[in-house]
Design a protein around this ligand. Structure first.
Ligand SMILES: [Zn+2]
Length: 107
């Protein structure tokens, strides 16, 4: 998905491309040493402690379904855009993709 919410815009400098996953399918080696979380109230963003990259975010009421930042994946083959979140908050310079659902908020 693309997320155009204010938090994603500010932390990425534009909008975020991410894929929602089931946390039970994730294996993070030494997460406490590798990552730090930043809480914005309704969501949390995870950052790499070594390079500062934004790794993922999750809604506080859906911690079991984090969204991984696609740009951090070593292999993103096979991923396709499924939806646009917070389409109503997209900045004018971004042309929203056609052919996928646009949500005012997340889905
Ligand atoms: Zn967002």
């Amino acid at each position: 998905m693309q997320c155009h919410c204010e938090n994603c815009r500010r932390l990425s400098g534009n909008f975020v491309a991410a894929c929602r996953v089931d946390a039970r399918d994730m294996i993070i080696d030494d997460a406490d040493d590798q990552m730090t979380w930043y809480d914005v109230g309704y969501a949390e963003y995870a950052f790499c402690r070594r390079c500062g990259s934004t790794l993922m975010f999750r809604a506080v009421d859906r911690r079991d379904n984090p969204s991984l930042m696609v740009g951090t994946l070593d292999d993103a083959k096979g991923l396709g855009l499924k939806s646009v979140w917070f389409a109503d908050e997209a900045q004018e310079h971004n042309t929203l993709p056609a052919g996928v659902p646009h949500h005012d908020g997340n889905a």
